[in-house]
Design a protein around this ligand. Sequence first.
Ligand code: APR
Length: 231
Amino acid sequence: MAKIVILTGAGISAESGIRTFRASDGLWEEHRIDDVATPEGFSRDPALVHEFYNARRAAARVAQPNAAHLALAELEADARYDVLIVTQNVDDLHERAGSQNVIHMHGSLFGALCHACGHRWPAPEVMTATDSCPACRRTATRPDIVWFGEMPYQMERIVAALEDADLFVSIGTSGNVYPAAGFVQGATEAGVETLELNLEPSTGTQLFDTSHHGPATQIVPQWVRERLARA
Ligand code: APR
């Protein structure tokens, strides 16, 4: 089985109607990262942060997986490929497309986390600053999202899979946020072939062995079709 590690970012969900972060109409044009995506911002104004993620959760709920998500699930279902998706996205479109081997390195909109006791539970549709933890009863609930300054989830497993892969593919990510932006270098150092599929050249595009640029709903299914057509 060929081992393929696929990193995805906001660009794979863009054509499902979920806004990216760094486009001219992206989320970070309207919201300050410091306010809504850091532990300090949450301490200052938890209601504002909950409002931001409640809106993201509502948008993710109505979005549907697109042809790129579906193509990756099809690749995983082929017995010749061992596929691991490492997503920076906090939506659940990979799972709803049928992918099973998915790591949410930046957490999930559909999880709640108690920052007092560490308990996790499914997020309600609308979270508020006065919600209490079902385990310890303290009022310390936050979205289970990895914010700037926090350690992404499952890094050991990701690094091990990257070093052991035959191919690393990066899809729909601008390459601005570490550690994900460094995966291409790690893969290259481990002798793993690398491929970028993105709308436009990412920040680290020159680090990839091969790059294809275009909308994910076109170039991802095309790449998967080529893989599946191989004898
Ligand atoms: N098809 C393919 N790529 C696309 C498409 C599309 N239809 N639309 C946009 N893109 C590309 C953009 O060109 C850009 O390079 O997707 C990338 C999105 O970049 P960002 O908005 O920076 O999103 P991402 O790389 O996922 O951000 C990483 O930053 O703010 C944090 O935690 C947040 O997980 C996020 C992380």
